[in-house]
Design a protein around this ligand. Structure first.
Ligand SMILES: Nc1ncnc2c1ncn2[C@@H]1O[C@H](COP(=O)(O)OP(=O)(O)O)[C@@H](O)[C@H]1O
Ligand SMILES: [Mg+2]
Length: 392
């Protein structure tokens, strides 16, 4: 099996390709000098979104670009009546996507919760792209996120010259989403200090953003909603207040349930990323991808795939996202310094780097896994040797 290709992806970029006709293929667009390094979802998948909109005859909530059904199809993939293939973006339980999409059509906001690398950010971006046609109204949550990032700031030159006015006000992405009836996104909500998080309570419950300096307010128009993501492991850092939590419907994104699902996710993403990095398509990397996924899953689960050997889990997350980056780096190595075929030596160093985060404890765990599991496994000799070489 070769790594799957997504034929409908286009690299059309509204921001930078003013002079080029639309519908450029992904590969060509990626090598264009001015092409964005990472186009937004609504740019990468513009062709799919247009096809969905054209054939979607179900009712759409106010200001939605697509019906909830079409949004779910965009995320989960499918074939349209005219034969257009919609590639799956999210691989996982259909119900999760249905609940997430439905939530956005209600007056409650959506909270995507999960361990790192479970596609929370990815799903949030694609939901915003499909619902509002714009995934860029984004607030990145950090310990230093100020209230202005959620409410508004001021253009001080204008403020000093003309005094406080709407002209001097710099709206936050959330404020813009409210006034335009769009989807706003807040990444890593629980990293934001609690008092700043609470700014969202009025926005989500009263659907208004007061501007006391002007004796004014911005009222959310229909179509506005908000998607937040939060990390399971951050729990306890800046826990959501119960007042805020009540404004959200929480959807937990699980780790991929089967090895096959995880292999599919990794090969799909790697293929896309490889294309945007102008790497030649890997003719047959699937065996190595499967191996990376197996190693990650076994160490994560603390037991070998056959259930026979208990293992210690290293401190790193070893998520699907890490597997994607290990394989992508491996492909780059094999493309630039190898024969273009993904081999054990191309992924060994990446795996070691992902597994051994804590130099002392994780190294012991890795050595034990190497000697008790990898060494004995049929067909894993080359991989064992490559790992020994980089671990030395
Ligand atoms: N179930 C899944 N379906 C599709 N892609 C996935 C899945 N799980 C992980 N990924 C991929 O993993 C990568 C990392 O996901 P990301 O959204 O950054 O994780 P999170 O925000 O949960 O930490 C993305 O490129 C995404 O494509
Ligand atoms: Mg994220």
């Amino acid at each position: 099996m070769t790594v799957s290709v997504e034929p409908t992806t286009t690299g059309t970029n509204a921001g930078t390709s003013a002079g080029t006709p639309g519908g450029v293929s992904g590969g060509a667009a990626a090598s264009e000098p001015g092409a964005a390094l990472r186009p937004h979802a609504e740019q990468s998948f513009a062709a799919e979104l247009t096809a969905l909109a054209a054939q979607d005859d179900r009712p759409r909530p106010a200001r939605w670009k697509l019906s909830p059904w079409a949004v779910a199809t965009y995320l989960l993939g499918g074939t349209l009546p005219d034969g257009t293939v919609i590639t799956p973006k999210y691989v996982g339980p259909r119900r999760i996507v249905e609940v997430a999409v439905t939530t956005l059509a209600t007056d409650r906001a959506l909270l995507l919760l999960g361990v790192p690398g479970t596609a929370k950010t990815w799903v949030s971006e694609h939901l915003a792209a499909a619902v509002s046609g714009d995934s860029t109204l984004l607030v990145q949550g950090t310990a230093g996120t100020p209230e202005e990032a959620i409410r508004y700031g001021w253009n001080y030159a204008r403020l000093l010259a003309h005094g406080p006015s709407r002209d001097a006000l710099v709206p936050s992405p959330v404020m813009r989403a409210m006034s335009e009836g769009m989807t706003a996104r807040v990444e890593e909500l629980t990293r934001i200090p609690a008092d700043v998080q609470d700014t969202l309570i009025t926005i989500l419950s009263e659907k208004t953003l007061p501007i006391p300096e002007l004796g004014d307010e911005v009222q959310a128009v229909r179509g506005f909603n908000l998607i937040a993501t939060a990390n399971d492991r951050d729990r306890g850092v800046n826990d959501l207040s119960s007042a805020l939590r009540r404004r959200f419907n929480t959807v937990v994104l699980p780790l991929p349930e089967s090895p096959d699902a995880e292999v599919e996710i990794v090969s799909r993403r790697v293929e896309q990323l490889g294309r945007s990095l102008d790497l030649p398509a890997a003719p047959d990397g699937i065996a190595e991808i499967r191996r990376v996924v197996t190693v990650f899953r076994e160490l994560r689960d603390g037991v070998t795939a056959d259930g026979r050997t208990k293992l210690k889990s290293p401190s790193g997350t070893l998520s699907t996202a890490e597997a994607i980056s290990v394989v992508t780096n491996g492909l780059a190595l094999s493309a630039h310094f190898g024969d273009g075929v993904l081999r054990p030596a191309d992924v060994a160093a990446g795996i070691l780097g992902a597994v051994v985060r804590d130099p002392a404890a994780d190294r012991v765990i890795w050595q034990e896994y190497l000697e008790t599991v990898v060494r004995e496994r049929e067909g894993w000799k080359d991989f064992y040797r490559a790992c020994r070489e980089v671990s030395a």
